[in-house]
Design a protein around this ligand. Structure first.
Ligand code: ZN
Length: 119
């Protein structure tokens, strides 16, 4: 797991990661559901799609759009275990710990809070 300031500085330098934005549908969804409900969804995605030791479709389990959390996952490299290893130094091939799952939730929350701010 990485220091959040260091992580977000590195993400900002990646053209691919920094290119992700919430579209008007994502923003409307966030506003309608509220951040805390959306973060509950994030926890559920982390638990079911990232936490298991073995994930059959790793690298393809997170859609590119359709939920603000999916966008946040790609923007912060919390989309698959390969990216979690490369960007967050969380090893593949074993179940995520509670602390790692909580860390990913904090990363996603930080990104969503920043992007949900009115410009
Ligand atoms: Zn990935």
């Amino acid at each position: 797991m990485r220091d959040l300031d260091e992580l977000f500085t590195a993400l900002a330098k990646s053209t691919f990661r920094a290119g992700f934005k919430l579209n008007s549908k994502d923003l409307a969804y966030l506003q309608q559901k509220g951040l805390s409900t959306v973060l509950d969804h994030a926890e559920a995605f982390i638990q079911s799609r990232l936490a298991p030791a073995v994930i059959e479709n790793d690298g393809k389990q997170t859609p590119m759009r359709g939920h603000p959390v999916f966008v946040a996952q790609h923007a912060t490299a919390c989309c698959c275990r390969g990216c979690l290893q490369k960007w967050h130094r969380i090893p593949q091939g074993r179940e995520l710990t509670q602390a790692e799952q909580a860390y990913i939730a904090v990363v996603l929350e930080k990104w969503l809070r920043e992007k949900a701010k009115p410009a």
